[in-house]
Design a protein around this ligand. Structure first.
Ligand code: MN
Length: 463
């Protein structure tokens, strides 16, 4: 029996948690590394190699060298698995997500939870003993990339969940970059204006529906944990932290309670980002830990960062659902949208059922305005599967002419992590690869019943 399996058996009575989720995953969807394995670089290399081979299992480093806690990663490397995490069928994530956003579930506060099985403070506290990986060669050190930062708006008290990279610097000290300048960055600005630190709990190891909700960029007056409750179909059970006024999931594996310091800045980074580049851009913040709490016999969760499938899919699952909903309001013929991995978060492919010429352009104008990350939009007809990049490129090859079928918007806001951007701005390119409505070109295809028959033949030959 693996270390992980023996711990999963101890989570049977949990509400939704990392343990109950992992216990329900089919055995062939998990790769257990039973031999001692170094955490420096090897799990990252392994996940990237699996990806090159078209495989996306959850990876369990059962016995990390120098640590006694199993480390699971690669949870989010597959779209089908992500749909399953929120109880949706394959392809059903967007609907499920948008339904949850419209019907949030307020968490329930409980008196105690397993996350407080162990409480480490003072001289017992050493974050260096946590199985935190070193991922890429140029990284400044060991980094937590899977930690969800729970905090509260200093004025309204509304909760906020987000991911910020955390560089291990000492027993109770991390460097942090809040460089997406999201809600937590704004909260810290307002706390600093009053000369106060911002209380933050870093939560590691929760039901993956909470991870997905934490990756969403929703309005500042929405608590992402309420969306998580709706995704789970039941309110998240939370407990009060011991040293700060923040509530965290009662069944989390680990929580680092602490504060982002006001008016303290220190070097942080570089770190391998979603662009596939190592970046030193940082807001240079400092997080000081006051207490570490964890479950009995905990499990550590890592998210392989950089240009990995799981990092990119986690970052855009909620975004795709949101963008799809907004675009569909204005372009009813919209059928599907895909941010392909090859384009990191900068490229998007859409398919539409066109009923009038010009709709593809309207759809792309809307998309470029909705999502400042996008710098290349391609629209295709509904006979093209936008999740199959070969088909999208075939549509460009046969239904697109550069002199009439594209437009470009110069110097628009972009994500400055794009190394080719200038002063936070980039050019936006939109390609209409839909065929004209009056096109008489006939695709060379075979009939559906022949495809069915072919599949039948192959299943008999290969089984
Ligand atoms: Mn928020």
């Amino acid at each position: 029996m693996t270390e992980l399996a023996s711990r999963l058996a101890e989570g049977r009575d949990d509400g939704p948690s990392l343990r109950t989720y992992l216990a329900g995953v089919a055995a062939d969807e998990r790769l257990d590394l039973r031999e001692p394995t170094p955490l420096d670089h090897v799990p990252t290399a392994l996940v990237l190699e699996l990806e090159r081979r078209g495989r996306s299992p959850i990876v369990n480093v059962d016995r990390p060298e120098g640590f006694e806690v199993p480390v699971v990663s690669n949870l989010f490397a597959s779209r089908e698995r992500i749909a399953g995490m929120v109880g949706a069928p394959p392809g059903g994530f967007n609907d499920r997500w948008n339904q949850a956003v419209a019907n949030p579930e307020v968490p329930v506060v409980v008196d105690r939870g397993p996350v407080h099985d162990h409480i480490l403070r003072g001289r017992d506290l050493d974050a260096g003993t946590l199985p935190i990986s070193r991922h890429f060669m140029a990284d400044a050190g060991r980094y937590i990339g899977s930690g969800i930062l729970f905090c509260r708006d200093p004025d309204t008290g509304v909760g906020n969940l987000s991911y910020q990279r955390l560089q291990l610097k000492g027993p109770d000290r991390f460097g942090a970059s809040l460089h997406s300048r999201g809600h937590i960055w704004e909260h810290l600005q307002r706390a600093e204006a009053r000369g106060r630190n911002l209380e933050v709990a870093v939560v590691i190891g929760v039901h993956p529906a909470i991870n997905l909700a934490a990756a969403a960029k929703v309005s500042m007056d929405v608590d992402e944990l309420h969306i998580a409750g709706a995704l789970l179909g039941q309110p998240v059970e939370v407990v009060r932290c011991r040293t700060i006024d923040v509530q965290v999931p009662a069944h989390a594996e680990y929580v680092l309670e602490g504060e982002l310091l006001a008016d303290v800045r220190e070097d942080e980074g570089p770190y391998g980002e979603y662009t596939g580049y190592s970046t030193s851009r940082s807001t240079r913040n400092v997080f000081v830990v006051k207490a570490i709490t964890h479950r009995d016999r905990p499990i550590f969760h890592d998210i392989i960062p950089g240009y990995s499938a799981e990092h990119l899919l986690l970052g855009r699952a909620a975004k795709e659902a949101h963008v799809f909903l907004r675009l569909k309001e204005m372009v009813p013929g919209l059928r599907a949208i895909n941010y392909p991995k090859s384009g990191t978060h900068f490229h998007a492919y859409m398919s539409i059922e066109k009923s009038a010429e010009g709709q593809a352009r309207n759809a792309m104008l809307l998309l470029l305005g909705l999502d400042p990350y996008v710098k290349l939009a391609v629209t295709v007809d509904n006979d093209i599967d936008v999740f199959d990049e070969q088909q999208v490129l075939w549509a460009l090859a046969t239904r697109f002419q550069a002199d009439t079928d594209m437009f470009m918007v110069p110097e628009a806001l972009c994500n400055p992590l794009d190394p080719s951007s200038r002063d936070g701005k980039s050019a936006k390119l939109a390609l209409d690869a839909t065929a004209p409505l009056d096109s008489e070109d006939v695709r060379a295809v075979v009939p559906d019943d022949a495809v069915e028959q072919a599949r039948q033949i192959l299943s008999e030959v290969t089984s």
